[in-house]
Design a protein. Sequence first.
Lengths: 346, 377
Amino acid sequence: MKSAHSRPLDLKHGHVDLSHGAGGRAMAQLIEDLFARELGNEFLAQGDDGARLPACAGPLVMATDAHVVSPLFFPGGDIGCLSVHGTINDVAVMGARPLYLAASFVLEEGLPLADLTRIVSSMAAAAREAGVPVVTGDTKVVERGKADGVFITTTGVGVRLDGVDVSGANARPGDAVLVSGPLGDHGMAIMSVRENLAFDSPIVSDTAALHGLVADLLAAVPDTRVLRDPTRGGLAATLNEIAQQSGVGIVLDEAAIPVRPAVAAACELLGLDPLDIANEGRLIVVCPATNAERTLTALRAHPLGQEAARIGEVIADDRRFVQMKTRFGGRRMVDWLAGDALPRIC
Amino acid sequence: MKYVDDFRDGDVARALGAAIHAEVQPGREYRLMEFCGGHTHAISRYGIADLLPPQVRLIHGPGCPVCVLPIGRIDQAIRLALEHRAILCSYGDTLRVPASDKLSLLRAKGRGADVRMVYSPLDALQVARANPGREVVFLAIGFETTTPPTAVAVKQAQAEGLANFSLLCNHVLTPAAMHAILAAPQGVQLDGFVGPAHVSTVIGSAPYGPFARDYGKPVVIAGFEPLDVMRAIQMLIRQINDGRAEVENEFTRAVTPGGNRKAQALVAEVFELRETFEWRGLGTVPASALKLRAEFAAFDAEARFGVPYAAVPDHKACECAAILRGEKRPEQCRIFGTACTPDNPVGSCMVSSEGACAAHYTYGRFREAAPATTTSA
C-alpha cells in the first residue's frame, strides 16, 4: 500500500514538533512510520482506539508504571527497554504471567527523531524478547521545556498463575529472605552517566524482564510467600514495605548480601548505601525456611538468578523493623531512605 | 574494596572488642566524645557500640557541618534565592535543613527558587560560567576539610573574572568548637575526645595540644573506618587508665603533626577569622569561623546583596542545641522519632546522615524499644 504521506519522516535528522501530537497527518505519520513499524503486532494492526483481546483463563493482574529516567540512554539500557521491563516485572511479582502492555508517550518538542527511533526500537526488542506485545498506545507532544525528552508510561495486564498466592503481606516469622543477584547495579549505572557526576565505571544496569525467572521459581516452589522487585529505594525500601505489610521484622546478614565491588566502591565514594540503590532486574523472595535451598537452586538455574543468595530471615517484631547483622560484628537498622538521594532513576 | 575492607574486618573487630573489654576498669566510666559526625555515622552504621563494654559511653559531638548551621544562615540563603533570584548552589544535606516560615532550600525550590545541589564548589563555578546573565551563589559550609576547595573556587573565579559568582561563607573551625564545649560552665563531663579524621589531615594534630595540656583531656585522632574508631577508643582508655592526657594519632596513614601546609596557606590567603560566629547549640563563639579577606570581598554574597545575618531561635521543642553540646542524647528529645524524623526534620541534627539524631534514628533506634521477639505468629 502506498503511504498517505507525501514526504517520509526524516528519522535521521528530524525532530519531534508539536504537530506530531496534534492529531493531524503528522501524528498519523509518526505512528505509522515509527511506532507501528517497530512495535507492530496483530492487536496494534487493528488500528482502533484500543485493543480487542481474547478472553483470559484466570484472574487478572494489572500494573502501571511511569518512566522518567534521566539520561534517556545509560549503560545496559535506555528508557525504552526499561519501560517494558519495569511493568512486566510489576505484573510478574504478583505471581502472574504478563500478557499485554499498553504504552503512553509524552514527547518533548525538539526530541531528535533518531533518539525516539532508538528508544521505540529498544522497546520493541524488549517486548519481543519477553513475548509480551505492546497492544495499544498513545502519543502526546508538549512544548519544549515542559518535559525532558520523553516520558513513557506503560501498563501491563497478566493472568495469575494457578495455585500461587504471593503478596507482601504473606511473610511469616522463620521465613527465609533471598535475592536473585547483586544489588545497586541500575542506580549506580545511571549515576555514572549523570551530567554533574559522570565517572568511569564498568557498572551496567541490570534492567531485565523477570517473568521467566518468576515462572521457573513458582513452578519449583509454588508456596513462595512474597515476590518483589526492589526498584526505587532499593532492598531497604522493599524489605521495609514487606515488614510493614506482613507485620513482621526482618534480620539481614550483611556478609551474605551480594554487591559488586564496582558498585560498592562507587557508593563508598558518593556516600550512598547499596541497599538504598534502585534495581531493575532483581527479585526479592520470601519463602518458608524449609524451601530456602530449593528456592536458591531454582533461582540459580535461571540466567537472571545465577548470583542469587540467601540474605536473611523474617522474625516476629511488633515494631516491624528491618535490622542487619553487620559484617563488622554489630547490629543496625536498615531504614527507609529519607529524602531522595537519586531522583529520576527509572 | 581493596584498602577499605581491611579497616572493616569483623574478626579483627571482635579481637579488638575483647581486648577493650579486658582493659576497662570495673566501676569506672569512660565518657568519650567523638567530635565528628563522620565518626557518629560510622559508630551507628557498623554497630560499634555492640562490641564495646557498657562502661564506655560514646557522646556525640558537634562536628556535623549541617547541624551547627543556625536557622538564620539558611534564611539568608533562601532570601538570596527567592528575593534576589540568585541561583543558589549547595551540598545536598544543606537543602533539607528547616529554616524560618516552614521553609527549607528544597521547599523554596518548590516556590520557584533556583536551588541546585552540587558535589563541589567547582560545580557551582561551572553553573556560574554556564549562566553569565544570572547571579550564582555558593552556600559554603563545613569545617576545615571543605574550606580549601572553597578557597580554590574563589581563586579560580577571580582568575577567570567570573563576576556573577559569590560565596555565602559559613566555614567554621574545629578547635574553637572543642574549646567552647570544654569551657562551658555547666557543660558535659568528658574523659577524652576521639579526634577528627579529615579535619586533622588539613590542620594536623598540633592544634589539639591545648585540650590535653590545658584541660587535661586525652585526644586520639582517628580515621573514619570502624576499626579506626575502635582502636582510638582503646588508646583513649589506656590514657585514662594511665592518668595521661596527650594528643595521640591513630590515623597516621593520613595525619601528620603539621597537617597539609599547602591547604593551610591557600585558606589563609583567601579567608580570615570572623570576630564571632553564631553556632547552633554552641551559641556565639569568638574566632570560630572564617570570612573572605578584603581582597576577595567582591565574592562575598552577604555584602554584595545586603543580606545581613539575623539570629533566629530554634524550634521550642527541639533539643538539637543540647545534643550538639553532648548534654543530651537524641532519644531524650521528646519530639525524636515522633514530630521529628528524617523525612520531616524539625532540627538540623535529624537532617544529615552525620547528625546524631539522624544516625540514631536510621541505624540505632531498635535499641530503644522492646526486644525483638515480643510476639509469636
